[in-house]
Design a protein around this ligand. Sequence first.
Ligand SMILES: [Zn+2]
Length: 488
Amino acid sequence: MKNLARLLILISIFSIKSEAQEFTKFFEDAVMRIDYIHMGNSVNEEICIDRIFRYEGWSRNNKNLIDPFNNGRYYIRVYSVTAGELIFSKGFDSYFGEYQTSGPAIGGRRKAYHETAVIPFPKDKIRFVVEKRNRMNGFDAIFSQEIDPREPNIIFETLNDPAVRIVKAFTGGDPASKVDIAILAEGFTLSEYDKFVDDLEKFKGYIFEQEPYKSLKQSFNIYGVFKPSVESGTDEPRAGIFRNTILNTTFNSLGSERYLLTEDNKAIQDLAAYVPFDAIYVMVNHKRYGGGGIYNSFCTFTADAQFSKYLFLHEFGHSFGGLADEYYTSSTAYNDFYPTGIEPNEANITALREKEYLKWADLSTPGIEIPTPWEKADYDKMDIEWQEQRAELNNNITRLKKEKADPQIIAMAEADYAMKDKAHSENVDQFLAGSKFTGQVGAFEGAGYVSTGLYRPMLDCIMFTKGDKPFCKVCEAHLIKVISFYAE
Ligand SMILES: [Zn+2]
């Protein structure tokens, strides 16, 4: 069996290589941006195409066009109609996909989200297919339509908005063989342009302090893309605060207080189009703790939060690396996010259905017990107590803001929260550092929003707890593979 699996992998690598030389056979040196609407509720979903754009210059990897990672809830697959073969694919997650696991969707409420597929501009007719992962971990097509690149309605857009400014924060080389990161400004007014440039510099520093990015620094290009917002900050709906900003981000996404996202995908794509991006960051000009990351879509983080470095690296772990959350004690808006009994497709969590076949066996500590009997009961007690206290403190701050209390009183409540949050985080670090399993790779129960039945590779990781800390060895190894996919 093992040899057969190896042979299949070799065949698939070989077929990727042979397609690599065929970029010019199937594609022009341009981008096709396919905007579509993704809508429905928890039990049904529909897709329909909105608009299609053309931008000159592909300026991305032209060898690795077939996504080998089998990650994400969805896959885009593009077939040449005349040749009948797969010529481009990409796995991804979507905001709609998360909405499907939320209470309102389960209650039957239908909602529409705007999404985009970015593919090289085909020379001839294509079949554009969106597939969804099923409960057997295979894929079913949920949308399929032919697109003729000669259609007169494809919009040939020139990117010439005079309000947009591009900052080259780091240049590793030709975008075709680099990971190109676009960091978009959100909630920065015109007079805050200098702050955006300073923040960009700060966060560029953070990414290159962290492995594996540090050792692979030359594999990256980083661009800042600035368009001024009318107002500074972002929306805080629970506190009745709404700001007029360029990308329309908001706290309280899917009803979760720290979840910061935007449903305005069109605004993101319009701005990101100014640079050749492989990954999109939305840098939100705000001091409250919040962020979010959706695989191969985008991630957000607040620039001035106490844990902003952590947010920046953790959320990018989701959106760029397709890594799962390893934490399980915080409350989320999801229900049954990882269906019971099904092996999650992310590299860094496992349902451990067969003890003998550990997903990351090649990295595990020799002789370690599987599952690893870590000090979970004590950890849970400490962390769940804090989660309760945290909810109370946050609700109080929200109430003060909503009642338009004295700004000084709000500031004091925020400072008190920040202090307690930091103290808890230090307690957690100390607790985990005291375990005999520190630094070992095994299978630690508690991951992917559930306390039992899912396992993470190490005691701690930046995908598990907050703070200035490394990725675990499994996350790091996976990120290296993703970087080489873009930077080869
Ligand atoms: Zn990890």
